[in-house]
Design a protein around this ligand. Structure first.
Ligand SMILES: C[S@@+](CC[C@H](N)C(=O)[O-])C[C@H]1O[C@@H](n2cnc3c(N)ncnc32)[C@H](O)[C@@H]1O
Length: 243
């Protein structure tokens, strides 16, 4: 009985995290840029509870995900697919050999690491030459409320916020060749909708419904926004073109 209750709780927790305004935008970036072949091995750095790893596993040979949080990995292992594998690990010391993955992803994660530069160098090391990297980072550059940024920093345990320039610099410093770098949720109205999203995040059903609606609206508003250089998130697609 206890196991069933725990199973249902974890399933509910996992499913309730899927319709999420930020994730919907990130997923759309994935679909647009990431080219996955059936025999690809993918590494998800700081995979959280494994939402992205499970999604990508449908199209790849296998997805390996790791995270510092034991609780996240417990949930990820609970709902894992046959070809997804999860373990507790540190992004600053990735325990895989050089050139061992075709694709590395790290979603809304590097801004949480103590040493982002070390972890980016590790991602470069484990990626095969010609391999693809997809990262997203929190930016909040289009939010002008210091109060909200401080709330967000504490709520999400962010170590530092990125701009297009700073994320480009850190990735290029280790040798990545950036193909696309794109601020997401750029319009002032999208920024306001994001702020509201944080207010209702504690009610997963409401947040889920809001996210589905807000996603469509923010897509349209961002298309017509005059300022596309700063956003809530920055998404990057890059390649390891040299060793
Ligand atoms: C905002 S969550 C994103 C999780 C996941 N990528 C997603 O989008 O669902 C940030 C994650 O980074 C993890 N994390 C923080 N520092 C880490 C480190 N040094 N190594 C591995 N994971 C880390 C946290 O445990 C947390 O799960």
């Amino acid at each position: 009985m206890y196991n069933l209750r725990q199973y249902l709780r974890r399933q509910y927790f996992y499913l309730s995290t899927i319709p999420n305004l930020f994730r919907l935008h990130e997923m759309s970036f994935f679909r647009k840029y990431l080219k996955i072949r059936g025999n690809d091995r993918i590494l998800d750095v700081a995979c959280g509870i494994g939402v992205y790893a499970n999604r990508l596993a449908k199209r790849a040979a296998c997805v390996v995900g790791f995270d510092l949080s034991y609780n996240n990995i417990a949930i990820a292992n609970h709902i894992r697919k046959d070809n997804t594998f999860f373990y507790c690990g540190n992004a600053e010391e990735i325990c895989h050999p050089n050139n061992s993955f075709d694709i590395v992803i790290s979603i809304c994660a590097i801004e949480h690491f103590n040493d982002s530069k070390k972890s980016i160098a590790e991602m470069f090391r484990v990626l095969k030459p010609g391999g693809q990297l997809l990262v997203t980072v929190d930016s909040l550059e289009n939010i002008n409320s210091r109060e909200f940024i401080e709330f967000h920093r504490k709520f999400c345990l962010v170590q530092k916020y990125y701009t297009v320039g700073t994320v480009r610099k850190e990735l290029e410093a280790v040798g990545f060749e950036i193909r696309t770098i794109k601020p997401i949720l750029v319009s002032p109205f999208s920024a306001t909708m994001c702020k509201f999203a944080f207010k209702i995040m504690k009610w997963p059903m409401l947040f889920g419904m809001y996210s589905l609606l807000a996603y469509q609206l923010t897509l349209i508003l961002d298309k017509f926004s005059s300022d596309r250089n700063s956003g809530i998130i920055i998404a990057v697609y890059a390649l390891k073109t040299k060793e």
